[in-house]
Design a protein around this ligand. Structure first.
Ligand code: SAM
Length: 219
């Protein structure tokens, strides 16, 4: 006798309907992906917000959130596996000041983050897209710098690190052309700044990272 689903074929089909993925407890899901977030949606009242674009496996983000319980942290990452990993670690560590958004970084900066709301925005070891024909995929472009400037609060900072010399030079040029950031010194001991997973990997291969610390200047 052929297999028959209880309730008939229709019920069986309905059972196969893909269900929405339940979010992790530390996952941040915007109510509306087509409107800028309101400050209160991600920020606890009056607390500084730091954003880590492309947070990867979250070593830096988790370290920062543990070190600065009085600040809020939002990691942005497009890979689901990495989002889940970071959320699970945040849960295990009992961190209440960290959320992870599964979304594209540029979209998040350009369209989602509230204007003048971010105290520090971190872009650490982003994909360098070394081939010339792929340079347009690099995050650091004029539109992106404008978006970062717009979401930073007055005096807010954009921090960038890369192991890739040519991408670093590219970033320096783009920032100079943009013209609205003030470059600050960034000695290694300036403040607590945990190394990222990729930084550790590159440094173990003898690579040296370069960084830019840029402050939102007044126009
Ligand atoms: C080279 S890894 C660096 C990860 C982390 N920042 C670190 O230093 O260990 C780049 C990360 O950014 C994510 N990523 C790359 N492009 C992205 C984009 N456009 N939007 C969101 N995430 C992105 C990748 O999935 C990856 O996890």
């Amino acid at each position: 006798m052929p297999w028959a689903a209880p309730g008939g074929l229709e019920a069986a089909r309905m059972d196969e309907t893909p269900q929405p993925r339940p979010p992790e407890r530390h996952e941040f899901t915007p109510r509306d992906y087509f409107q800028r977030l309101q400050r209160g949606e991600i920020l606890r009242d009056g607390r500084p917000l730091e954003v880590d674009l492309g947070c990867g496996d979250g070593r830096f983000l988790l370290g920062m959130a543990a070190h600065y319980p009085e600040r809020d942290f939002l990691g942005v990452e497009r890979l689901l596996g990495r989002v889940r990993k970071v959320c699970k670690k945040a849960c295990k560590q009992g961190l209440e000041n960290l959320r992870v958004l599964r979304l594209e970084s540029r979209y998040t900066a350009e369209w989602l983050l509230p204007l003048a709301s971010v105290s520090r925005l971190h872009l650490l070891c982003p994909d360098p897209w070394p081939k010339v024909r792929h340079h347009r995929r690099r995050l650091i472009q004029q539109e992106f710098l404008q978006a970062v400037w717009d979401v930073l609060e007055p005096g807010g900072e954009f921090l960038f690190k890369t192991d890739h010399n040519e991408y670093f030079e590219w970033a320096v040029e783009k920032v100079a052309a943009f013209g609205n950031f003030e470059q600050l010194d960034w000695p290694e001991d300036a403040f607590f700044y945990p190394k990222t997973d990729f930084q550790l990997q590159w440094e173990s291969q003898g690579k040296v990272l370069q960084g830019l610390r840029l402050k939102k200047g007044e126009r």
